[in-house]
Every structure is written in structure tokens, then in C-alpha cells.
Design a protein around this ligand. Structure first.
Ligand code: ADP
Ligand code: 5GP
Length: 201
């Protein structure tokens, strides 16, 4: 069986990563969305084990020491990281896996898993990014400012990604994400099974 596609999905806070992914799944998109660990506090409505594994700093550091975290980064004062086990299990089963992570983590994934596909989500403008982040109303103003200050540096990293999707009209962004999965599935590196079948090997 061919392995699933490992996709990294990054973009500045508030650009709409969560919204694009939610719509992708609502439209029947097939992938396992990795649940990250973090030391930040839950937002209202966020559940442990569903949106994140909410850990203390000590527990997070102990998981790093035990090599249970595939990549991790410190973002705006908190640790965020990807639990290793579920990602490899799903890929081996042939499922697509999406990691919604920030740029430092994305570069670690590129080193460790060169076959990973890196997708960067851009907001239509920095003004619109600010409007979305403020209107979402999930962070205090100081956190919003910190996240906006990080945004330009993050966007400069987009050059190192494989694909860039602009999240202006939501439906277009979701369609582009589907197109990327479809293109990746057709890559020669992922077509060994069908090539062998045609050759009757
Ligand atoms: P992220 O996951 O990147 O931090 P969210 O998905 O939480 O961002 O989106 C931030 C805010 O922007 C939310 O209030 C969301 O409803 C809004 N939003 C997302 N995508 C769009 C879009 N295409 N057009 C307008 N508003 C959007
Ligand atoms: P938020 O606090 O808004 O949920 O996430 C803040 C940032 O952390 C976002 O850019 C998000 O993509 C990133 N993030 C979430 N989980 C992970 C993770 O497991 N690893 C890394 N490196 N970044 C993550």
C-alpha cells in the first residue's frame, strides 16, 4: 500500500488555517488532522485531546526528553509540538496527515521527513489579518499585538514552502488545498504500485 501524504499547513495566526481545514473536512476532505500538544491555556470551547493536548511545561519537556515529540517550537511564549506516534501510524496505513504548525516546526519536519509537502496560507493583506484576529476575539490585545508582530517574519518564510494558498474567498482556498492533495497523489514517487501493476511486476 502506498503511504499517505504528510502535509504541513502554516500561516500567521488569524489568516484562517482552522477555518480552511474545517471547511475542507466539511466538504468530505480525507485526512487525519494531528492533535498537537501545547502549554498555552485552553480557549473557551477548546477540549483537551480534541483541539490540543494541554500540558504543563514540565510534562511537555519530559515528552521531548522521551523523544515522543516529532517537532516542537516556542511560539509567543508557549511550547507547541506534534506527538510522533499517531503521525507515523496514520501515514503507514495510507492516510493523509495534516500538521497545522508554525514555521519553525515546519522546517524541522522538512529536515526529518523530506517527502512532506509544505503549504503556506496567506491572508489577502496584513490589514485583513489584523481585522480577522481582532474580530475573532479569542486573545487579549497584548497577545493580538504579539501575534501581528510575528506575522511579517512568518510570511517571509513562505518562500521556503512548496505551495502558497491565499485565503481570500474561503471556497477558493479549500479548492486549492484539494488540488494540492490531488497533485501530490499523482507524483511519480507516490505511483510505484500502479507502475508495477502495469508492468505486471
Ligand atoms: P487561524 O487558524 O489561522 O489562527 P482562524 O481559522 O481562527 O485562523 O480564522 C481567524 C478569523 O478569520 C476567524 O474569525 C474566521 O472566521 C475568519 N476567517 C477565516 N477565513 C476567512 C475568510 N476566507 N474570509 C473572511 N474571514 C475569514
Ligand atoms: P494557537 O495558539 O493560535 O492555537 O496556535 C499558535 C500557533 O502555533 C499557530 O501558528 C499554530 O499553527 C502553531 N502550532 C499549533 N500546533 C503546533 C505544533 O504542534 N507545532 C508547532 N511547531 N506549531 C504549532
Amino acid at each position: 500500500m502506498s503511504k499517505g501524504v504528510l502535509m504541513v499547513f502554516s500561516g500567521p495566526s488569524g489568516c484562517g488555517k482552522g477555518t480552511v481545514l474545517k471547511e475542507f473536512f466539511a466538504q468530505g476532505g480525507q485526512a487525519f488532522l494531528s492533535v498537537s500538544a501545547t502549554t498555552r491555556s485552553p480557549r473557551p470551547g477548546e477540549e483537551d485531546g480534541v483541539h490540543y493536548y494541554f500540558l504543563s511545561k514540565e510534562d511537555f519537556e519530559s515528552k521531548i526528553a522521551q523523544d515522543e515529540i516529532l517537532e516542537h517550537a516556542c511560539y509567543c511564549g508557549n511550547y507547541y509540538g506534534t506527538p510522533r506516534g499517531p503521525v507515523y501510524e496514520r501515514l503507514e496505513r495510507g492516510e493523509n496527515v495534516i500538521l497545522e504548525i508554525e514555521v519553525q516546526g515546519a522546517l524541522q519536519i522538512r529536515e526529518k521527513c523530506p517527502e512532506a509537502v509544505l503549504v503556506f496560507i496567506l491572508p489577502p493583506s496584513l490589514q485583513e489579518l489584523k481585522r480577522r484576529l481582532v474580530d475573532r476575539n479569542t486573545e487579549d490585545m497584548e497577545t493580538v499585538e504579539r501575534r501581528l508582530n510575528a506575522a511579517a517574519d512568518e510570511i517571509r518564510m513562505a518562500y521556503q514552502y512548496d505551495y502558497v494558498v491565499v485565503n481570500d474567498a474561503l471556497d477558493d482556498a479549500v479548492q486549492e488545498l484539494k488540488t494540492i492533495f490531488a497533485a501530490e497523489k499523482l507524483k511519480a514517487a507516490n505511483r510505484k504500485k500502479i507502475i508495477d501493476e502495469v508492468l505486471e511486476l
